[in-house]
Every structure is written in structure tokens, then in C-alpha cells.
Design a protein around this ligand. Structure first.
Ligand SMILES: [Ca+2]
Ligand SMILES: [Ca+2]
Length: 514
């Protein structure tokens, strides 16, 4: 059942992808990236324009630009002496398959299994991520984001949007996003306000006319904590409903480098819960400059199972994150009550953890670092129109799966989209303990030689703190009540490397920081 849902959502994405060339064919120009060895001079930009290019972005902190070219102009631009590489601008795919006025700190807390599973309850009280900024490069927020987050947890003064068009940052576009994905990702870090109503837990065995129930057992407003509730989030919108364009992501990284330069001692982490298989000189340069500037990058390994990992996660200087879950998920469904997600996870028992079947395996020339929780996490994911093509993730993720009859604001989200921000939160706790940690000493190598890549100092500390996960098979229940047996690193079932350095427990990660 799970695999079926997954292939539907992938099919939807492929459908959208197949529309793109048709749209481009109608216009004369396509999107390209040019690389150069240093940031372009004004004279070089003029030369690109003279060659016929329509400029989208000129990057300030690394050499290159995003531009539109006709097929005739491609050869002219490629021949310019300062152009070291020319490539098509690819789309990145989001890595999920998927009101009250009171401050949330005063609301009753509901402690979810996914925090118990990483021993976040053992976080010393002085650590909550305070003083750390996390830039969530994603789909932006919805206008009603204050229903879920405290205003002072969001650095609105730095929030912005890069969505192509005229190539400029658009400060008024970050909170009119077209997907709730960015809010769900942020929730995994700082937590969120949950307003439980009779239909929020509307699934189960009562029959179609009585799809009712509470997620928490009773109506009310609650706070569901994140792993690092003291973090300040900078929402940066770089994605449409399904895709995020490479050139927009690079523009956002360029912006964050400037922010870091202007706030030198400020620890900043970037989360990228998306990616694709393209990796060229420009993506390499953008990531290298970002990490050299002292910004830590954490990214989703991808939901591609045996098809392997995506970039940027694959690139070793980035901290890459696979997804696992709790074997107790949906335990006893549908007869059990709806509050399974608030139940206690037994301690010191690695058999409570399984590797998600969708979590991208590490294939040759790829670097999977750690695995964290990314399975059935209840997060805000308000879908305005369940049947809209643009909201493909919503139809794929509704509970019960695909049933548009059930209105909801929250979903049980699956994907490395949600394990990545979980690790981001742990990294933030480590940075609170030592704000000087970074990966600036990583081996950046060359873009086309994965053997030349190596991890930085912060990544090595994180990996040293991880607990190895043994190969295995688990017996779990899916959200529609059917049994399923995910397997990982098992010879006759799924032999590929799936666990990296292992599972990260919060207390171990903090203890590993000297
Ligand atoms: Ca625990
Ligand atoms: Ca890495």
C-alpha cells in the first residue's frame, strides 16, 4: 500500500516534469547556468547580454550567472573566454512524499514519539538551540503561518524569496507559498501549535459518516515541541509547489553567504529538504562558498530507495540525512485510539528503530552520513485544495491515504524532508554549545571527482556521536492498517548501504562537542 502511494506521487511529479519542455518549446529561450572562476565583472555581464542572454541572476559570492538563451546563443556564450562551463538549469524535487493567539510556550505540551526516538527528552535544559539561525530553503510559508508558529521564532526581517522571474529577491513572496512543505519542515525544528478539533483525527473504523476523532484525545490548543525550540527560523522560498530551480537555490545561498558575512559570529545552518541528481561546477561552487563562509549545510538524502541519493546531500561536505521510523507506528490500528503518536518509546533499544524503505540508499560515489526520524511525523500541512494537481503531495499524504473526504490541517509526514530538519535541530543544539563549529575545513575537491570530497570538522563530530544501526527487517503497521516489513542492508532483500554512520541521539551529539 505504501509503495503504491509513493509511485502515485512520483508519477505526478513526472507528469509535471513532462510539461516543462513543452512550455519551453513555445518560447525561444531556455534556462542555463554559466560558471566562471570568479564572480563576474560588469564587463563580463555586458558580454553575456551582447551575446543575447537574458540575465536572471549574477551571483556575488561565486563565479557565474543564471540566464536564458536561445539555442543559437548557446554556442556564442560557451565560447566566451571567461565561461568555464555551461549547463541547463535543472529542477530540484522536494523530498517529502507527502488558531490560537496564545504563545505556544504557555500551551499544554504534547510530546511526540519522534522526539522520544532520538532521546530529545534527555537534552540538558540549558540547550534549546537559542542563538542559532536556521535558514529553511523551501517552499516558503502560508499567510496563516502565525497559526502554527510564534512570531518571534521567525526572523521575518531576513525572510525572502527567490523564484526566478526577474532574478531579484522578493521580500513579499516568502509567506504566500504554494505548498505547506516549508512550514512542515520548520515544525520539525522548532515545534508547532496544534489546534485539535473533532475532525483532525478523522479516520479509522467508525465508517464514512462518522470520520471524527481527536489527534490528542480532546479538543484544544497544544504545543508539539521540536528538537530545538529556541532556534530562529529564516524562511527562504525557493520552490514552487513541486520543484525548486537550481538557479533560485544558488541565489538563496548567495544571499545567506552575505548574511553570514554581515553577522560574522552568528551560527547559521541551511536546511535543504530537496534535491536532484544534477551536480555541475555551479552547484559545487555555490555549496563550497557557503560552507567555507562558515554556514553549515544539512540536506535530505532523498526518497529514492535503491535509486540512490540526490544532490546536495550526496556531496560529502554537506551533512546528509536518511530517514527511519518507530516500529510502534500505528500500532494496533484501526482498533487502537488515535493517540499512538504520543505513546512512550522504550529506551536503550535499537530494535525500536527501522530504516524507511523509501530512504535513499548510498550507491557508488555517494556519501550518506546519518539517519534520523522521518516517518509518520504529525506536522502542519494545511492543504487548501486536496484535489488540485498543484497539491499533489496533499492527495498523496492525506490520512486515510488519499481520501479527500477528510478535512485536515495536519498530516503524518514521511520523507527525508523531515529527517533532515531533525538533524538540523541537533546541529543547532551542538552550535549553541560551541558556536565556532563548522565544516569550513571540508575537502571540497572538484565537482566531477567524488573521491576528492571529504567531510568537515562538525560533520565528523556528528558522525562520531551516531550509534550504528544493524542490518535488519522490521514488522510495522502502515497508516491504513496493513502490515509491512521494511528491510535494509539484507542480502536477499535490500543489500544497499542504508544507514551511514547510524542514528543520532541528542544527548550523545551534545556530549561529543568538547
Ligand atoms: Ca527516548
Ligand atoms: Ca557529508
Amino acid at each position: 500500500m505504501y509503495r503504491k502511494t509513493f509511485s502515485i506521487s512520483i508519477a505526478l511529479i513526472l507528469l509535471l516534469a513532462s510539461l516543462v519542455p513543452a512550455a519551453n518549446a513555445a518560447s525561444a529561450k531556455s534556462d542555463y547556468l554559466v560558471s566562471a572562476n570568479a564572480p563576474l565583472t560588469a564587463a563580463q555581464v555586458d558580454q553575456l547580454r551582447a551575446a543575447g542572454a537574458t540575465i536572471t541572476y549574477v551571483y556575488k559570492n561565486f563565479g557565474g550567472a543564471a540566464l536564458k538563451l536561445s539555442s543559437d546563443e548557446v554556442a556564442i556564450v560557451r565560447a566566451l573566454p571567461f565561461v568555464t562551463y555551461l549547463e541547463e538549469d535543472a529542477d530540484e524535487e522536494l523530498a517529502s512524499i507527502m488558531p490560537e493567539a496564545a504563545s505556544y510556550s504557555t500551551l499544554p505540551h504534547k510530546y511526540p514519539f519522534w522526539l522520544d526516538l532520538i532521546d530529545a527528552e534527555k537534552t540538558p535544559v540549558e540547550y534549546d538551540g537559542s542563538g542559532v539561525w536556521v535558514a529553511v530553503l523551501d517552499a516558503g510559508f502560508f499567510p496563516n503561518w502565525r497559526d502554527y508558529f510564534d512570531e518571534d521564532s521567525i526572523l521575518t526581517q531576513y525572510a525572502t524569496s527567490f523564484i526566478g522571474a526577474d532574478g531579484k529577491a522578493k521580500d513579499n513572496q516568502w509567506d504566500v507559498g504554494t505548498s505547506p512543505h516549508g512550514m512542515a519542515v520548520s515544525s520539525a525544528i522548532i515545534g508547532y501549535r496544534l489546534v485539535d478539533k473533532l475532525k483532525e483525527g478523522g479516520w479509522g473504523d467508525q465508517g464514512p459518516l462518522t470520520f471524527t476523532g481527536y489527534l490528542t484525545g480532546a479538543a484544544g490548543a497544544y504545543y508539539v515541541p521540536g528538537v530545538a525550540p529556541g532556534v530562529k527560523i529564516i524562511p527562504i522560498r525557493v520552490c514552487g509547489p513541486v520543484f525548486c530551480k537550481n538557479s533560485d537555490v544558488f541565489a538563496a545561498q548567495d544571499y545567506i553567504i552575505d548574511l553570514k558575512k554581515a553577522n560574522h559570529g552568528q551560527p547559521i545552518v541551511i536546511n535543504e529538504s530537496f534535491g536532484n541528481r544534477s551536480f555541475g561546477p555551479m552547484k559545487h561552487a555555490a555549496i563550497q562558498r557557503t560552507i567555507e563562509a562558515g554556514v553549515i549545510m544539512v540536506a535530505a538524502a532523498g526518497n529514492g530507495d535503491d535509486r540512490g541519493m540526490i544532490f546536495p546531500a550526496t556531496y560529502e561536505p554537506v551533512i546528509s540525512v536518511g530517514a527511519g521510523g518507530w516500529v510502534g507506528q500505528w500500532n494496533g490500528y484501526p482498533d487502537h485510539d488515535k493517540t499512538w503518536w504520543l505513546e512512550d518509546v522504550p529506551e536503550d533499544d535499537m530494535s525500536q528503530i527501522f530504516i524507511a524503505q523509501f530512504s535513499s540508499r548510498q550507491l557508488e560515489d555517494q556519501y550518506l552520513d546519518v539517519v534520523s526520524t522521518g516517518r509518520e511525523m504529525l506536522l502542519p500541512f494545511p492543504c487548501p485544495n486536496l484535489n488540485s494537481l498543484n497539491m499533489g503531495m496533499c492527495t498523496g499524504k492525506a490520512i486515510p491515504q488519499g481520501d479527500p473526504a477528510v478535512p485536515f490541517q495536519y498530516i503524518f509526514g514521511n520523507g527525508t524532508s523531515f529527517s533532515s530538519p531533525t538533524i538540523c535541530g541537533i546541529v543547532a543544539l551542538m552550535l549553541q554549545k560551541d558556536p565556532t563549529l563548522d565544516n569550513a575545513d571540508a575537502s571540497f575537491g572538484t565537482w566531477d571527482d567524488p573521491s576528492s570530497w571529504g567531510p568537515g570538522h562538525m560533520e565528523r563530530i556528528l558522525e562520531s556521536a551516531a550509534t550504528p544501526i544493524q542490518a535488519g527487517t522490521a514488522n510495522i503497521t502502515l497508516s491504513d492498517g496493513t502490515p509491512f516489513s521494511p528491510c535494509w542492508e539484507v542480502e536477499d532483500c535490500d543489500p544497499y548501504e542504508a544507514t551511514g554512520f547510524g542514528w543520532v541521539f541528542v544527548d550523545d551529539a551534545l556530549a561529543a562537542v568538547p
